[in-house]
Design a protein around this ligand. Structure first.
Ligand code: CO8
Length: 261
């Protein structure tokens, strides 16, 4: 299949290859629009079906893994339009990928970008990575699992700080919090992620599949309720003047004035 917003490759020995997907919208720092998300899920599911692929690497560019959901595309949504569009159905399909996904991040890992990263299984970050949930700066909240997954990984107080101030953290801070597995120099982060994927590719694919499924079972079982709760609140914010003002101000490159309505 040919894709417009991602680059898809396979590497390695026949029968035990790894699949590599790179997000590729450099002009907007890999902002996640509907088209990119659709392509990403198709590519992930294609690798999941293909027997010779044993592990998947998901990456972006050195400057940005992804700077979040596409604010331009989202800015005019209403509560009803965004709910009916149900983009999260696409995100839910990422959760159902059976093969391990090693995420190689660098540069900006923000908003939906951070949430996408947290859907992966093992994370390698470059030293230049900045990770955060800055949605509060544009009058909304994380909508693709950020309030739930970040809290589980880093704990309540750090999650509160990140989500309520919108300030990003550095790669070494993320490592200390257990949000990423490894931090390596920028020229090595993709290679390191591929090395981990190749290591997994040598194991029994059945054992790998059941191991991933088992870890996610404990991790995901009670999360579904939290995800629905967060989703409703995210939709509700598209009725607010602050969401309109926050996203408009971003697109007009000015500071927002929030009214609290
Ligand atoms: N959406 C759309 N365009 C973006 C985004 C984005 N998230 N981020 C950057 N861009 C665009 C900029 O508008 C700019 O475009 P142009 O050149 O046409 O003006 C280009 O990318 C380069 O960006 P900057 O000039 O701003 O680059 P800087 O290096 O000065 O700044 C930053 C980089 C700090 C990353 C800055 O771009 C920024 O703050 N971006 C927005 C970050 C953000 O708020 N992310 C959260 C978005 S909301 C979200 O993710 C909710 C997820 C919920 C799930 C939704 C599923 C539907």
């Amino acid at each position: 299949m040919t894709y417009k917003n991602i680059i898809v490759e396979e590497e390695g020995a026949a029968g035990a290859s790894i699949g590599i997907i790179a997000l590729n919208r450099p002009q907007v720092l890999n902002a996640l629009n509907h088209e990119l998300m659709g392509e990403l899920v198709s590519a992930l599911e294609e690798f999941d079906r293909k027997e010779s692929i044993r592990a998947i690497v998901l990456t972006g560019s050195e400057r940005a893994f992804a700077a979040g959901a596409d604010i331009k595309e989202m800015s005019d949504e209403t509560t009803i339009s965004i709910m009916l569009r149900d983009n999260f159905a696409t995100w839910d399909r990422i959760r159902n990928v059976k093969k391990p996904i090693v995420c190689a991040v660098s540069g900006f890992v923000l908003g939906g970008g951070c949430e996408l990263m947290m859907n992966c299984d093992i994370i390698v970050a470059s030293e230049t990575t900045q990770l955060g949930q800055p949605e509060i700066n544009i009058g909304v909240i994380p909508g693709a699992g950020g309030t739930q997954r970040l809290t589980r990984v880093v704990g309540k107080h750090k999650a509160m700080e990140m989500i309520l101030t919108g300030k990003p953290i550095t790669a070494p801070e993320a490592l200390a919090l257990g949000l990423v597995n490894k931090v390596v120099p920028v020229e090595l982060y993709l290679e390191e992620a591929k090395a981990i994927a190749r290591e997994i590719a040598k194991k029994s694919p059945v054992a790998v599949r059941l191991a991933k499924e088992s870890v996610l079972k404990t991790y995901d079982a009670p999360i579904s309720e939290g995800l629905m709760f967060e989703r409703k609140n995210f939709y509700m914010l598209f009725s607010s003047e602050d969401q309109k003002e926050g996203m408009k101000a971003f697109l007009e490159k000015r500071q927002p004035t929030f009214s609290g309505r």
